[in-house]
Write a protein that binds this ligand. Structure first.
Ligand code: ADP
Ligand code: MG
Length: 697
């Protein structure tokens, strides 16, 4: 059968175009997110088995030296059973795998779900370490792939490399491969829409898909599995270029919009100067210049302000707000929590001095009368500086002349809230501040249509923060440091990972109540404030205030204090069960100390010395820590929330392909400057829907 004899379909064709895919099967596929040939083909194999490495079970037994050797075998499951081991009371799953040459025991400890996945008669490909057990050779804790139930697999042997796929709804092994094969045979190659500089060294789309689904015998499986082939690069470039084009177009659209121009005058400059409590750092001055240029340009500002913890972002944001508020406009500062809103309000109040009356706080749980008054002041324009949580987005809020929105700790806000302002017909300038530095690739991906300012300098006089990992068995050493700092008149943060005892945790977790008891015993004469996310807002505000004012000497808290809390007199922080926290999160917590003029201490109590904790001891550079965090956890986890609005790439990976993203971004800018072709525009529309790009900023 020649390929020419088959009707060809575009990649956008429905899977029902394939042989053997009727409405029922198509529906099952749709349930797994596969509607078109494209969906099917872009779900790439995650691993390749070299059939040359497959071994016959009968041959394994002859290897006396087989202990711990990894083997790959293919056979049929004959028997699956579960039991409990006598000695350690572990759940044991055993299955007998047979091929024409013999049988091999596969065993799993404490993985009872395996027994639900396997049935007698299943064709299974198993890889794992061999060991000699009581009943002879066995394979312990193997990874396995279900190849299908019964039936033939002769086609598996046509090629050297057998692609393995992640499970897709109901579609498995042989069926999956038949579908993919058929799709590859029938798909028509799409028009080329990658610009020459990206398409030059890579195969075309269909050729790339063929190479990855049916690797030729001379392929290098290591490169395939590392996604490091030109074929991968083709597919990743398509996604990243589509993404970069969308971002570039959105930015171009914004640049074409008329924005509210703020007028600077010498008087304004004088007023701003009068608010400054200290000399700006060089980086703050440079960043503010960039913001002023945006605000006065007549275009709409969308700027990301990045900087390490403690680099003084708040002051820059305040200056931007003041520029607007002192020239008759309104500036709103959006923050993720009430604690932070109150704290920012206090800071702004301090900076504004006798002008403090122009500030208005707006929080969700305000009393009705208080809220009415706040709304009136915002509606009339009496309030020029507005600070609030997401309550600011509510329909009942009308602004008189909103010109600037500053978003603190951006990633906690959904896109929906930003849309809400658009719905009110408002097109303010945006200044987005990120709590922790964001690695360049993620910043490009998440905020690619934003201009960027980076505060790469800390205010002068910063004292070093000594970071240490302390074994819980030697916790006394940590408490001694706390005691010393308290005696010197400073304050201490203690961070606890949990509000309640957690039974299911492997390592018994000390909850915040247990920690409170410990602290009260350890420091009987010190006033301790305890805060956590379940407190009523009033109680929370009151206790935070006690710590800020110095009435409380120790603040015991969950991560509610992670963001933005600014108490320069606090010189020591102890984090309990530090291994429970993310790297960026720990760095953010560490940023709560080292803000005053005294040296500070950051002590992590943890029995496990992980890469993460070591990285924290090794460096204080937030940008390096962020990159490390991204590498360790991947982009999805980096922010710890799906609200981050990351594009849903299939072939591309923001960590692995970060250099490619930079190239795609440059290519997209050139392409937009040249003007896009019809093919590019048509394709872009499809890709944007698929990558859900519309949802991004
Ligand atoms: P972050 O970038 O983490 O939001 P903040 O804006 O909270 O940092 O600033 C950290 C601390 O540094 C605050 O106590 C602030 O008052 C102080 N600060 C900011 N800018 C300067 C400056 N130019 N000189 C001295 N101290 C500064
Ligand atoms: Mg801050």
């Amino acid at each position: 059968m020649t390929a020419e004899a088959l009707p060809r379909f575009p990649l956008s064709a429905k899977v029902t175009a394939l042989r053997g895919v009727g409405p029922v099967f198509a529906e099952a596929l749709a349930g797994a997110g596969i509607e078109t040939l494209r969906d099917l083909l872009w779900a790439l194999p995650h691993r390749y088995v070299d059939r040359g490495s497959l071994q016959k079970i009968g041959d394994l037994g002859y290897r006396a030296e087989a202990d711990r050797e990894i083997a790959t075998v293919l056979g049929t499951i004959q028997d699956v059973r579960q039991s409990t081991t006598r000695v350690q009371r572990m759940n044991l799953t055993e299955a007998l795998l047979v091929d024409g040459t013999g049988g091999l025991r596969l065993i799993w400890f404490n993985q009872p779900h395996v027994a639900r996945l396997l049935k007698a008669g299943d064709r299974v490909l198993a890889f794992g370490p061999l060991a000699s057990g009581r009943h002879g050779l066995e394979m312990r804790g193997p990874a396995f792939e279900l190849m299908g139930r019964g039936g033939d697999e002769e086609n598996l042997w046509v090629r050297r490399y057998l692609p393995l796929y992640r499970k897709l709804g109901p579609v498995m092994g042989r069926t999956r491969q038949r579908l993919v094969q058929d799709a590859l045979a029938r798909a028509a190659g799409p028009e080329e829409w990658l610009p020459a500089e990206l398409a030059r060294d890579v195969p075309d789309t269909l050729a790339a898909l063929r190479l990855l689904h049916q690797p030729p015998d001379d392929s290098d499986p290591a490169l395939l599995e590392a996604h490091a082939t030109p074929a991968h690069q083709r597919l990743a470039s398509e996604e990243l270029f589509a993404f970069a084009l969308g971002v570039t177009l959105r930015r171009a659209g914004r640049m074409a919009r008329r924005g509210q121009a703020v007028v600077t005058t010498p008087e304004l400059r004088e007023r701003l100067q009068a608010y400054l409590p200290f000399r700006l750092t060089g980086a703050q001055r440079q960043t503010f210049r960039e913001i002023v240029a945006d605000l006065t340009s007549g275009r709409v500002m969308h700027r990301l302000l990045q900087g390490d913890v403690g680099s003084g972002k708040t002051l820059v944001a305040f200056l931007a707000m003041a520029m607007v508020a002192e020239t008759g406009g309104q500036a709103a500062l959006l923050v993720p929590t009430e604690v932070l809103a109150r704290q920012h309000a206090a800071t702004v109040q301090r900076l504004l001095k006798q002008e403090a009356g122009r500030l208005q706080l707006l929080l969700g749980p305000m009393k009705a009368a208080e809220k009415r008054a706040a709304l009136a002041r915002i509606g009339s324009g009496e309030a020029g500086y507005i600070i609030g949580t997401h309550a600011l987005f509510q329909e009942s809020v009308t602004f008189s002349r909103l010109q600037l929105v500053v978003v603190d700790e951006q990633h906690r806000f959904g896109v929906r809230q930003r849309e809400a302002l658009k719905q009110k017909g408002l097109d303010p300038h945006w200044l987005v501040m990120s709590a922790t530095p964001i690695p360049r690739s993620l910043a490009l991906a998440l905020f690619g249509d934003l201009e960027q300012s980076v505060l790469d300098e800390l205010p002068p006089g910063r004292q070093p923060i000594t970071t240490r990992l302390v074994d819980p068995a030697e916790a006394e050493r940590a408490w001694a440091v706390v005691e010393r700092e308290l005696n010197a008149g400073h304050q201490a943060f203690i961070v606890s990972p949990a509000i309640d005892p957690q039974d299911e945790a492997k390592v018994p977790l000390r909850d915040i109540q247990a920690m409170e008891a410990l602290l009260r015993a350890q420091f009987p004469d010190q006033a301790i404030a305890v805060v956590h996310g379940r407190l009523k807002p009033d109680a929370m505000a009151e206790r935070m205030e006690a710590f800020v004012s110095g009435a409380a000497r120790i603040l015991l808290a969950t991560t509610v204090i992670e963001v933005g809390v600014d108490v320069p007199n606090a010189t020591v922080m102890v984090v309990d069960h530090a291994e429970r926290f993310g790297l960026s999160q720990l760095h953010q917590l560490r940023g709560r100390v080292g803000r005053g003029s005294a040296p500070s201490h950051f002590l992590m109590l943890s029995g496990s010395e992980t890469d993460r904790l070591r990285a924290l001891v090794a460096t204080q550079d937030g940008f390096r820590i962020a990159q490390k965090d991204l590498e360790l956890r991947g982009p999805g986890e980096f922010f710890g929330t799906r609200q981050a609005g990351l594009p849903q790439f299939q072939a591309a990976d923001l960590v692995r392909d970060r250099l490619l993203l930079v190239r795609c971004r440059a290519a997209a800018e050139q392409a937009v400057a040249r003007g896009l072709s019809e093919a590019q525009l048509g394709w872009l529309r499809q890709e944007q829907a698929r990558l859900k790009l519309a949802e991004i900023s």
